[in-house]
Design a protein around this ligand. Structure first.
Ligand code: MG
Ligand code: MG
Length: 276
C-alpha cells in the first residue's frame, strides 16, 4: 500500500487484540481454502468466490470488496503481477506464480494476510527459481515478524526483511506494510528495507501487517490500465507474503495464523506468546 504519513497509532487493548484475532482466523481459513483450490485450469475469479464463501460463512465481511472501489474479496496477482491483481476470467496455468491477498473484518476489526505459491499440476512446468523466490519471500516475512520480539523501533522489521532477502532479489519499491485495526490500513508504515527513520517505538498494543513484496528482477513497478494491478517494470516474477501480528504484554502472536505463528517464529528462536 502507499506511503502513510506519520500519524497517531491506534494502540490496542488486550481485549481489542482478541477481537482482531477473530478476523485474523477468518483470513487464515479463507487463505487455506484458496490454497487448496489453486490448480491449473482454475480461474482467479473462482479463487475469489472460494474466499468470499469462507469469509461470509464465518459471519465476516471481505475488507477488500469496495475498498476504494476494488471489485473483489481477494487480490490475485499472477507472475509479473506483484499485488492488487483483480480476480476474474484469467485461468491459472501449470508453473504460474500466484499471490493471493485477503482481508476480512469482524465486528469492525480487520485481519490481512497473503501467500504466494507456484501452481504445480505435475506437468514439470514449475521453475525451481520461482519456488526459491516464493520461499525467500516467506522467509523474509518471518524474519520481519520475528524481529518484533526484540525490536525497540519498528524500523528493525524492515532491516530484518532486507537482510533476509539478502540482495538476491529486488525488494519492490513504493509498497509497504501497515498498521491495522479498526481500519485495514492505518499508521504506522512497515517498510521492507532499512531506513534512516527508525520508526515508532514497539510496545504492547501495536498491531501491524508485515508484507514483503519481492521480485526475481528489479524493484521498480508500474500500475496497469485497470488502475490496480501492480506489475514489475522488467516483467520479472514476483511474490508477496503477509501476516497480521500483535505485540502484546506476553510477546508476539500472529493473528492470521492458526498457530499464532509458532512454527514460523521458531525458525528465528522466537516463541509465540498466546493471548490468553
Ligand atoms: Mg493484504
Ligand atoms: Mg496489507
Amino acid at each position: 500500500m502507499g506511503l502513510l504519513r506519520r500519524e497517531r497509532i491506534e494502540w490496542k487493548t488486550p481485549e481489542q487484540v482478541r477481537l482482531m484475532r477473530r478476523a485474523g482466523l477468518v483470513v487464515a481459513d479463507a487463505l487455506e481454502a484458496v490454497r487448496d483450490a489453486v490448480a491449473p485450469g482454475v480461474t482467479t475469479g473462482q479463487l475469489d468466490a472460494v474466499a468470499e464463501r469462507v469469509i461470509r460463512g464465518a459471519g465476516a465481511e471481505p475488507s477488500f470488496l469496495g475498498y476504494q472501489g476494488f471489485p473483489a474479496s481477494l487480490c490475485v496477482s499472477v507472475n509479473e503481477e506483484v499485488v492488487h491483481g483483480i480476480p476474474g476470467e484469467r485461468v491459472l496455468r501449470d508453473g504460474d506464480v500466484v499471490s493471493v491477498d485477503c482481508g476480512a473484518v469482524v465486528g469492525g476489526w480487520h485481519g490481512d494476510a497473503a501467500f504466494s505459491a507456484v501452481v504445480d499440476g505435475g506437468g514439470g512446468a514449475v521453475d525451481p527459481e520461482d519456488l526459491a523466490l516464493v520461499e525467500a519471500t516467506e522467509a523474509s516475512m518471518w524474519a520481519g515478524l520475528a524481529a518484533l520480539a526484540t525490536a525497540e523501533r519498528l524500523g528493525e522489521v524492515g532491516a530484518a526483511v532486507e537482510d533476509a532477502v539478502g540482495g538476491r532479489y529486488g525488494i519492490v519499491e513504493g509498497y509497504v506494510g501497515h498498521g491495522i485495526g479498526t481500519a485495514m490500513h492505518q499508521p504506522p508504515e512497515v517498510l521492507n528495507h532499512r531506513s534512516r527513520d527508525r520508526g515508532p517505538r514497539v510496545r504492547p498494543g501495536l498491531c501491524v501487517a508485515v508484507e514483503p513484496m519481492v521480485a526475481r528482477g528489479g524493484a521498480e513497478t508500474d500500475v496497469l490500465e485497470d488502475d490496480w494491478t501492480v506489475v514489475t517494470t522488467d516483467g520479472s516474477r514476483a511474490a508477496h507474503w503477509e501476516s497480521t501480528v500483535a505485540v502484546h504484554e506476553g510477546g508476539l502472536w500472529v493473528l492470521t495464523a492458526r498457530d499464532g505463528g509458532a512454527a514460523g517464529l521458531a525458525r528465528h528462536g522466537v516463541v509465540a506468546a498466546p493471548l490468553d
